[in-house]
Design a protein around this ligand. Sequence first.
Ligand code: GLN
Length: 479
Amino acid sequence: MGISELSALLEKREISATEITASVFSRIGSVEDRIKSFVTLTHAQAVDMAEKAEAQIVSGNKKILSGIPLAIKDNMCTKGILTTCSSKILGNFIPPYESTVTSKLLEQGYVLPGKTNLDEFAMGSSTENSGFFTTRNPWDTERIPGGSSGGSAAAVAADECIAALGSDTGGSIRQPAALCGVVGMKPTYGRVSRYGLVAFASSLDQIGPITKSVRDAAILLNIIAGRDVLDSTSAPVAVPDFTAGIGRDIRGLKIGIPKEYFIDGMDPEVEKAVRDAIKQYESLGAIPVEVSLPHSGYAVATYYVLATSEASSNLARYDGVKYGFRSEGRDLIEMYMRSRAHGFGAEVKRRIMLGTYSLSSGYYDAYYKKAQQVRTLIKRDFEDAFASVDVILTPTTPTAAFRMGEKTDDPLQMYLADIFTISVNLAGVPGISIPCGFTSANLPIGLQLIGKHFDEETLLQAAYAYEQSTDWHRRKPNL
Ligand code: GLN
């Protein structure tokens, strides 16, 4: 069950918060050794939180999330609870403070079952870059769950939690949600506070929900959204009730179909599922309109210059002094060098080198500055397209879940897994992935909807209408 169903049962006292937590942990006990969604399980804390939630409910003070177990990606700081970013360099880091998003969940009475696995520092598309172990796709445990929020998406798909939070810099919520057959939403840049989110690329990172239904995504967004004085990039924009548009019909809604997103190399089963979804939208009264996003072909290259540049700067703080892991050396410089050499994995080092290069004098104008200029063109593409449509529809990923190890030797192939999601972060607009079918091998396929800046309401309305007219979200992996 999802948040909305369980909330109703809790309200009627047909189930208790402690029973829900016990049931989640019994599920974790039976599937976690095959899926490996969690870096840290917080059973003792969860039992405690569930008891408090139960007391809230019994005394008539039920909050929106009282007694609901939500898994948190391990790059969001939880006070007193290990937060590793799936990196050896933060392998023993216990934050002395709480991130804004998890503070808001705490205020609403949530239960934390554990912290989920990710590609180290959220750099990757398969969770294979985790410094600890790889999470597996619940639909086929020989395959990857996507990344970087692979642990959160797999935990939701495998019913090891009721919903989860992920973070999305170039697709890390939407891509694993698509590959695991669940709902994943990246809000508008600035909609949700990043305070306490371990920074990867600060101008792109955004936290969002991974859920079993569109309604649950709206419920979680209602809670985590809003201006935060602790994050100067969080936007001072009013937060509407995101569940309000849910259930409203979508007749006359204009859906943009970007011609650049139906590319060679896209899996034919994915293409068919997405084309069928367009027909389904038409039958609901929406109007498909062809649009063009002419600079789409530059998005991956632009992203990998900008994201690595920002990462090289953000990751300078891990020096063996202030956080976590330290390797001893004969002097200070050697201690720095050894700590970073042993603490970071190969992909993180690759990106620090790429980003440092792009930012260095002599190369800055040719790479970093040029990429910033192209980013503006990509953002304008969306503004132009949104002049004539309400939402844009694309596949979330070019293929369904790939096999473990299939792309680990070829970083450029791995980078293409986000070809349809990356532009959305560069433009700062919101995007959601919802289930839209299965391949003949029974692997989930995701449909991406993209909205105007701060128009998550329309996005959720459109996503809900499709979800409710199909059965895809009801299928479960056979574990
Ligand atoms: N796969 C992309 C990358 O490796 C996006 C990751 C993310 O969104 N955090 O950077």
